[in-house]
Design a binder for this molecule. Structure first.
Ligand code: DHE
Length: 530
């Protein structure tokens, strides 16, 4: 190629000029993203130490579009400028000019290219053993009934409170990973509990010793965690990467399963994974592939049933089912969240588009349609006996109703109109009431409604101040009290008498989200999520 110096001067001028223009455009582009003042450089200078040079998170959360999906950009800009109270997030308003904050915020909402990976070796390397469990005594260090403890997840300052469920008093509070999501999962003896954060951290906590035992990062963007009752197997559902991760009870990696369709052609996020005790398995719903997976954690399950080798190989695609291998059942539509019948034989699920279906896990196909439109929040479903029939009920994130379904013929028994679309529905077998919120409604998010489970009518409304959020109930072990979240930074746990429906006390909390009673969870109480 000729140097410009050997070219005639007019041509040289044009080339130099156009080179200047191209260079200037590139410089502008660089200022947009990679230049010295560009967001990438600003990020490396101010944010990388806590959020990781690759935005995958470190002491601070991951800053990726998937992980930021629930935070509005304006709010993110305010957090960068002013910091976040009661967290390690400092204010950067004095260090980063306003327009650079705007560019930085826009940039962290763009995907990292190429897409970040989280390999088996990344998972293994992330494991942190905080204490040697062998050094911890096998009895509680407190007097409270260990079976009637509550855990309250406070996302305001990312802490968890431990409550004595008899005295309804706090006995301990400890820092959690950033943005825990979904219910923590307990071992059957009530000693250990496992938490999942949206950033993929799984924390094993010893409730009797009030100590974090082990942590591991199983993914970059995680949905939830499931645990076998003996605590020996743990399953983690990920959105990013598209994996289902299996760990042992000490949070050592057993395997990370790439989640693809049968042919391995398209991959999928995992909507949710739950433990099905009577089946000794984990059941996972896939968001982007129309299959439901069941993964046995029973070591006795043989890998290849004699005489069915070819058939099984053909039907199961790349995986031969057996211990820790997914058994796939094909569906017409992908499943989002789902609800188990009390015997765990059947799953009631819906896709994001609101296509409801009943899937029998042994028949391994859809056995009925389900008239659940909108976006039912089936993971929060509850069940009870009504007029000699077993029914289940679910809230709906898009429709202002609680839908009651007959569990024999899958018909809709009643649509109970509510103040607004809601997230959580709760009851207890000793209570005639179920509580539902209207969290998705701006006007009614301060209102809990109480449903009489026999008349299927709303009988009372419990209200916080306008603009505040009142949501998520959990009952005490005996069903006498119902605990609700006043979901504000200077919020509270409000205790209601579950018979008189009167408030009996308040405990101050920092944005309490969910609360979980050990007994109700480990006995798979009919009125609570499992
Ligand atoms: Fe959740 C549970 C899915 C948004 C608070 N949520 C669950 C579960 C699923 C789920 C699948 C069951 C997991 C389990 O318990 O093991 N949640 C989703 C969504 O798809 C959705 C709508 C969008 C998203 O961003 O993921 C969503 N969830 C939220 C929130 O915005 C909530 C209100 C606040 C937050 O902290 O994220 C929220 N989800 C919760 C809570 C539970 C939960 C408190 C546990 C409920 C329980 O009592 O068991």
């Amino acid at each position: 190629m000729k140097s410009t110096h050997t070219l005639p001067s007019p041509v040289r001028r044009v080339l130099i000029l156009s080179g200047f223009v191209v260079g200037a455009a590139l410089a502008l582009h660089a200022a947009d993203s990679k230049g010295a003042d560009g967001p990438a450089a600003v990020y490396q200078q101010h944010c990388a130490a806590c959020h990781g040079p690759d935005r995958l998170g470190a002491t601070g959360p991951a800053l990726l579009p998937e992980n930021l999906a629930r935070l509005r950009k304006e709010e993110a800009a305010t957090v960068v400028r002013d910091g976040r109270a009661a967290t390690q997030m400092l204010p950067f308003g004095a260090l980063i000019p306003q327009e650079q904050i705007a560019a930085l915020v826009a940039w962290i909402y763009t995907p990292v290219v190429p897409a970040p990976t989280w390999s088996e070796s990344d998972i293994r390397a992330s494991r942190v053993a905080h204490v040697d469990p062998a050094t911890l005594p096998a009895k509680p260090v407190f007097d409270a009934d260990p079976m009637n403890l509550f855990l309250v997840v406070e996302t305001g300052d990312h802490h968890v409170s431990v409550l004595d469920g008899d005295k309804l008093e706090r006995i301990h509070r400890f820092p959690s990973r950033h943005a825990l999501h979904g219910g923590p999962k307990f071992t059957a003896d009530g000693r250990y509990v496992f938490f999942a954060s949206r950033d993929g951290w799984i924390t094993k906590y010893d409730l009797w010793n009030l100590k974090v035992v082990t942590e591991i990062r199983a993914g970059i963007n995680t949905r939830n965690v499931a645990v076998s009752p003996d605590g020996e197997h743990v399953a983690v559902a990920n959105y990013l990467p598209h994996t289902l991760v299996l760990l042992d009870g000490d949070l050592n990696l057993l395997k990370s399963i790439p989640v693809t369709d049968r042919e391995g052609k398209s991959s999928s996020r995992v909507s949710a994974v739950y433990e099905a005790t009577p089946r000794k398995s984990f059941v996972a719903a896939l968001k982007d592939v129309p299959e439901i997976w069941e993964i046995s954690y029973d070591r006795k399950v043989e890998d290849i049933p004699t005489g069915f080798v070819h058939d099984f190989k053909y039907r199961e695609g790349a995986f031969i089912p057996g211990y820790l291998n997914p058994r796939r059942s094909s569906l017409a539509d992908p499943l989002d969240d789902f609800f188990f019948t009390q015997d765990y034989s059947t799953v009631l699920g819906a896709s994001r588009e609101g296509v409801g279906q009943v899937v029998h896990l042994d028949v391994r196909r859809k056995i009925a349609d389900l008239a659940l439109d909108g976006m039912p929040h089936l993971g929060s479903g509850i069940s009870w006996d009504w007029q000699g029939r077993r029914v289940m009920a679910s809230t709906n994130l898009k429709a202002a109703e609680v839908t009651v379904i007959d569990l024999k013929d899958w018909s809709v028994v009643k649509r109970i109109p509510t103040r607004g679309p809601g997230f959580f529905l709760r009851s207890h077998e000793n209570s005639r009431y179920a509580f539902v919120d209207s969290m998705m409604s701006r006007e009614a998010k301060n209102t809990l409604q109480v449903i009489d489970k026999q008349t299927l009518e709303i009988v009372k409304e419990l209200k916080a101040a306008p603009g505040q959020t009142l949501a998520h109930i959990e009952f005490t072990r005996d069903g006498r009290y119902a605990l609700a979240s006043l979901w504000e930074m200077d919020g509270a746990l409000i205790v209601y008498d579950a018979t008189t429906l009167e408030e009996v006390k308040r405990l101050p909390m920092k944005k309490p989200v969910g609360k979980y009673n050990v007994w109700n969870k480990i006995t798979r109480e009919e009125g609570t999520s499992h």
